[in-house]
Design a protein around this ligand. Structure first.
Ligand SMILES: *Cc1c(COP(=O)(O)O)cnc(C)c1O
Length: 361
């Protein structure tokens, strides 16, 4: 029985009203009722993505469309910007898709340097760049605006930006910055259950896809576009999550997008203040720290597994004890989704109390 509150950086806590919205009965996915639901989401999605391009709904987790983007968009060679677990994996996924691919790699916690990217792209070898905006594994947010300025210098290079844990947390003006493909998933910053991915594809990217062989079927961007024109998805979608999405979008616009951004910035700062007060350090440089989660260096060398367990067992709150090779060395706290000053104050208060048993004397 899950009797604890999720504060791990995904999946995050889902509000009862979101679950409630998902209990709306399903309908045929070729029915007018479905088309109505699909169309109802579009204006809000376009506003949120800050785009005129169509926004597609994929019944998959984010990785489905991350893999799909590579399969749809590269004929020459992919350059994968690698700065954490998800972005590192994207190189492996590209190679597994039979693509030629290289990495532009920095240590976990560091950001991708736009100058380095310019140097690598100047070779003319690459036709696709993959970038994770907010590396959830190490709580680092890349300087996307500066990176996009470099990418715009290379019109032959298509950009694919993963915003799984930053979408709706900070402004990401897709069209203004010239992002070709932007994608996100349901269970992180949007605070829905897992199983739905959203992606938005530029005209340039469609042109590229038309020239690429081996796009497959399930994630073929041209199939998405063809069905989108009818207000539908290529195959039977996860309709309950689309009901959930419609509800979530209305909620986001009721709060106001700017207010949502400010709320995330404020809650994130609360965690940063707690970190400083305890004598911990952030993993990334402050300037590149994520706004949706905090990745804390275990510089005090506390028994992290013990702390995380006790917080979950006794205080019914689940945080993360470090991703992959960072286990025990960092811990991560999410402020994504529906968190409020009250819920974050509660979290930090509980962490304070449990922490006293683990602090070096
Ligand atoms: C969680 C996450 C993913 C993978 O999402 P899945 O839903 O597991 O496919 C990809 N990128 C980032 C930045 C993530 O945080």
């Amino acid at each position: 029985m899950i009797d604890y509150k999720l504060h791990i950086p995904g999946p995050v806590n889902v509000a009862p009203e979101t679950y409630q919205a998902m209990t709306t009965p399903v309908m045929g996915h070729r029915s007018n009722d479905f088309v109505e639901l699909y169309q109802a989401c579009q204006p809000n999605l376009k506003k949120l993505f800050q785009t005129e391009d169509p926004v597609f709904l994929s019944t998959s987790s984010a990785w489905g469309v991350m893999e799909g983007a590579v399969r749809n968009l590269s004929r020459k060679k992919v350059l994968c910007c690698m700065c954490g677990a998800f972005s590192d994996k994207w190189l492996d996924v590209s190679l597994r898709c039979g693509k030629q691919a290289d990495g532009l790699q920095v240590d976990w916690g560091n950001h991708i340097d736009p100058e380095e990217l310019r140097k690598r792209l100047s070779s003319g070898e690459y036709d696709l760049v993959t970038l994770v905006h907010n590396e959830t594994s190490c709580g680092m947010m890349n300087p996307l605006e500066e990176i996009m300025a470099v990418l715009r210098e290379f019109p032959e290079v298509i950009s694919v930006i993963d915003t799984v844990s930053s979408f709706s947390v900070v402004p990401i003006p897709k069209d203004e910055w010239g992002i070709d493909v932007i994608l996100t998933g349901s269970q992180k910053a949007l605070a829905m259950p897992p199983g739905l991915a959203l992606l938005c594809v530029s005209e340039r990217a469609f042109k590229r896809a038309e020239e690429v062989e081996g796009r497959g079927y399930y994630f073929d961007f041209l199939e998405f576009r063809k069905n989108h024109e009818k207000g539908m998805t290529p195959s039977t979608p996860v309709i309950p999550l689309i009901h959930g999405l419609n509800h979530t979008l209305n909620k986001i616009f009721d709060e106001g997008v700017e207010a949502r951004h400010s709320r995330h910035a404020y809650l994130n700062q609360m965690v940063h203040d707690w970190v400083a007060e305890k004598g911990f350090q952030l993993l990334p440089e402050k300037q590149f720290a994520s706004k949706s989660l905090t990745c804390v260096r275990n510089n005090l060398e506390i028994d992290l597994a013990g702390f995380v367990n006790k917080l979950r067992e006794e205080r019914k709150i689940s945080i993360d004890g470090g991703y992959g090779k960072m286990k025990g060395k960092t811990f991560r706290i999410s402020n994504m989704g529906d968190e409020t000053t009250e819920t974050m104050t509660h979290l930090l208060g509980q962490m304070d109390e449990v922490m006293t048993d683990f602090m070096p004397s």
